[in-house]
Design a protein around this ligand. Structure first.
Ligand code: ADP
Length: 484
């Protein structure tokens, strides 16, 4: 998977077809997320992993969060791969700041094998590895650094390395990012009530139209729906004639994405329809979509699967209009919406590296934070150190399996009145499996291989209601809860 993605990315860059997004995101979350993602690998080798974002670094920056994270993950992955003992540290500092934005300096330092001087110049070239002996021991494609260096260049920065053989390496890079005082929600106008506003749902799928329409009605919107672009345009024209204008158009690009974007474009270029807020909902987020949306005047862009609360928040935010200082470049996306009220702190107990990464990535994409444990015993240790809103527990694990760990957790909870939700994950989709998990003290069950929709649905049923009391701490666990 990694090799394939690397090659795809690389050929896209070679062809100049890689577009960067420019959306507001929280820098600290981004970098810390990258670190968390690779933490298991580091801890398994007994390495110390540190992440230090200097206090003066702006909280919200404007850029491409996915690509920035990709560079950090890449360098951090290498640092962990080529280090046998000691530590790996990520440091983020501000190099300079001006009216346009900020230049950040990110350094990834390791105490690993180091790179000889004559090799240092070439490692940023495609398909180059410091020496073949290393490759055989460590594996890899030799593309990681080439991709990282191009991405850095595209982000207006540069990349370099300082290294001493036997002592370690520090990879440095800089990036230019825009700044925003606040996230787009915070910098928008006052809240608007949805009650009585006209909204149009454009979706090819009848069931989906029905669901969205009834959802809209529940929020007090006056909803109408259309099956495709043509029908939508005629409804919009009709509204114009009658004077009862639409305020929101939700384009759910169900089947044909081009159709959805084309409709957005037509609405954008039609001055008669000025003032209508367009929200795009797509099933497959493509990199570069954000740039496209902005060009087409789309106010908010969301990918499926969608949470109702998220859609409502996005519509409300989009309707609030753009604050004077934010200019026209702000798009409401999941990255800017992921309000802390919905974030879960999840412990993922899973021994398979690929499943770990997959689940962690999917969960983090939704704004949850994830700590990974490699088996039941590690999960117990993690629970003793900090509190979690939920545990995702693989059933088959070495040392201490999911059922044993669950039994131990439930035993510890006895008498304390606490109950941390545990969701089992198991590959054996056999009848009776579910029952076995539930009987073993687990709260729910997800079959493997994990499907994104399943995962979100099962996990997010445990999102606490705002202001609901939370009592998931194990006795003896630290009490400093994440700011949820
Ligand atoms: P690979 O997929 O081989 O890791 P990269 O382009 O990421 O490809 O790295 C190229 C080469 O640079 C690696 O094979 C390795 O020899 C060297 N290298 C990269 N990072 C480090 C590091 N932190 N410590 C030592 N050597 C490194």
């Amino acid at each position: 998977m990694t090799i394939l993605n690397d090659i795809l990315d690389f050929s896209k860059m070679e062809a100049g077809r890689l577009e960067l997004d420019a959306i507001p995101f929280k820098l600290r979350d981004n970098v810390e997320g990258a670190t968390t993602l690779l933490a298991v690998g580091a801890y398994e080798k007994g390495l110390e992993l540190l992440c230090d974002v200097a206090a003066e670094v702006p909280e919200v920056v404007v850029g491409d969060p996915t690509r920035l994270r990709q560079v950090v993950v890449n360098l951090l992955g290498n640092a962990i791969k080529f280090t046998e003992k000691g530590e790996v540290e990520v440091r983020v500092e501000t190099e300079s700041r001006d009216k346009e934005g900020v230049c950040l300096h990110i350094a990834i330092r390791d105490t690993g094998i180091g790179i000889p001087p004559e090799k240092q110049r070439h490692i940023f070239d495609a398909f180059t590895q410091a020496d073949m002996g290393t490759t055989r021991q460590y594996g890899g494609t030799g593309l990681g650094l080439a991709i990282a260096s191009r991405l850095v260049e595209m982000m207006g920065g540069r990349i370099w390395v300082e290294s001493l053989v036997g002592l370690g390496s520090t990879f440095h890079f800089t990036v230019r990012l825009g700044t925003a005082e606040r996230t787009p929600e915070e910098s928008r106008g006052p809240a608007v009530s949805l009650t009585g506003l006209r909204a149009l749902v454009v979706d090819q799928n009848a069931a989906s139209r029905r669901i969205l329409e009834s959802l809209f009605s529940r929020w007090g919107l006056r909803a109408t729906s259309a099956q495709g672009a043509e029908a939508a345009l005629s409804v919009l024209h009709e509204a114009k004639r009658s004077g009862d204008l639409f305020r929101v158009v939700l384009i759910a690009a169900q089947v044909s994405e081009t159709d959805g974007f084309a409709l957005a474009e037509q609405i954008h270029h039609n001055p008669e329809m000025g003032g209508v807020t367009v929200v795009m909902l797509t099933s497959a987020g493509q990199r570069g979509d954000a740039a496209r949306c902005r060009r087409l005047g789309v106010e908010a862009y969301l990918t499926k699967p969608l949470r109702q609360e998220e859609l409502r928040e996005a519509i409300q935010t989009a309707l609030r209009g753009r604050g004077p200082e934010t200019g026209s470049s702000f798009l409401v996306t999941r990255h800017s919406l992921s309000g802390p009220s919905r974030k879960l702190r999840i412990l993922l107990a899973e021994d398979n590296r690929v499943s770990q990464q997959l689940a962690a990535r999917l969960l983090e994409k939704r704004g949850h934070s994830v700590v990974v444990a490699g088996n039941g015993r590690e999960a117990m240790m993690a629970l003793g150190k900090q509190s979690f809103d939920l545990v995702l527990m693989d059933v088959e694990m070495p040392e201490m399996d999911g059922l044993e760990a669950t039994a131990a957790i439930r035993e510890k909870e006895k008498g304390s009145g606490t109950h941390v939700p545990i969701v089992a994950m198991t590959a054996q989709a056999m009848t009776g499996d579910r029952e076995r998990c539930l009987a073993g003290g687990m709260d729910d069950y997800i079959p493997k291989p994990i499907r994104k929709e399943d995962l979100y649905e099962k996990v997010e049923q445990f999102v606490p209601e705002p202001n609901a009391p939370v009592a998931t701490d194990l006795p003896g666990a630290a009490t400093n809860r994440p700011d949820s």
